[in-house]
Design a protein around this ligand. Sequence first.
Ligand SMILES: NC(=O)C1=CN([C@@H]2O[C@H](COP(=O)(O)OP(=O)(O)OC[C@H]3O[C@@H](n4cnc5c(N)ncnc54)[C@H](OP(=O)(O)O)[C@@H]3O)[C@@H](O)[C@H]2O)C=CC1
Ligand SMILES: O=C(CO)[C@H](O)[C@H](O)COP(=O)(O)O
Ligand SMILES: [Zn+2]
Length: 341
Amino acid sequence: MINQVYRLVYPGQFEVTYKPRTINSDKVIIRPKFLSVCNADQRYYQGKRDASVLEKKLPMSLIHEGVGEVVYDPKEEFEVGQPVVMIPNLPIEQDDHMDENYLRSSRFRSSGYDGFMQDYVFMRHDRLVPLFKELDIHTAAFLELVSVAMHGITRFNFKSHDRKQTIGVWGDGNLGYITSILLKNKYPESEVVLFGKTKRKIEYFTFIDKSYLINNIPSDVEIDHAFECVGGLGSEMAIEQIIDCIKPQGSISLLGVSEDPVEINTRMVLEKGITLFGSSRSGRNDFVDTVDFLEQNKEVISYLNHLVTKVVTINNIDDIRHAFEEDQVSAWGKTVLEWKI
Ligand SMILES: NC(=O)C1=CN([C@@H]2O[C@H](COP(=O)(O)OP(=O)(O)OC[C@H]3O[C@@H](n4cnc5c(N)ncnc54)[C@H](OP(=O)(O)O)[C@@H]3O)[C@@H](O)[C@H]2O)C=CC1
Ligand SMILES: O=C(CO)[C@H](O)[C@H](O)COP(=O)(O)O
Ligand SMILES: [Zn+2]
């Protein structure tokens, strides 16, 4: 068969390419149904990556957040029509001390390897996790982002000391929202405090215990641990504030992606004995944990639903560009693509 793959060829410009594929392989064939735009995709679309990175990675199909339906499974492990979440990380080896998403040999869709913007995606069995029926499909589109927060929290659990009275989250966007709601449910005894930039965005975080605007943090605020969910240039200021507010021997979980190196006050990291650790992407275990967690904590799904602010139907390449433009001007939440192309 000939598969149509929709690739970004230059910033702002998508083109269709035709890729011959055989259905006589061991891969499951998935029809993408709902996809969601990540900041990483926007950085490619807007040409915000370094010219050498764009030169190396493009042309490439974008999008690594998405759900689809099984069209064909040669092993018949999945039912035809079964809804599944697609895992964008593609490990080719195992290591007892490294998670699949940190192995330098792993590939990642929409970062140097074609993403989900295709007519059909050919996937290994272990790269798919079945969904349960109560999971709203628009929300499921960005399960990958939820799994990233889940992964960060799993690592936080074994890297941080046990006093978790107050956990600070910096970043009033998607990742900050998801991380805060997961923390609130996983650590119900902890006080989850949001540090945000915009009052109107902070108001969406109805489930947190306390919030501060970053330009008005009282000098006596203290936290045991922190999550940085900002990224970009803003992460420098966020890390500086975290180091100021955190109690000695607290942990800082870094999740935001910055294109340029950010300055960190290492003297105070040393003096306070802070544990700084970064988390990137997620693997199969995180997806399974996320789906299981949502199945057992269904009230969390309705909070996540609030992030679905735009659903754009995609019938052609112009619609893809339109969706990326709409996402760019969106003040809050996730843009979901209903994949009908
Ligand atoms: N580690 C990983 O695997 C992953 C990392 N990411 C990264 O996480 C980051 C956040 O993603 P996402 O939530 O989707 O992006 P958003 O843009 O939705 O969220 C970032 C939010 O932080 C706010 N902000 C800016 N500066 C500060 C500050 N100093 N303190 C507190 N808040 C601040 C921004 O406000 P404003 O817009 O007004 O500036 C914005 O609301 C990005 O860099 C993204 O690439 C995303 C997915 C996975
Ligand atoms: O969004 C992400 C995971 O969900 C990561 O930020 C993304 O994988 C980083 O990739 P790149 O190096 O291409 O920016
Ligand atoms: Zn992403």
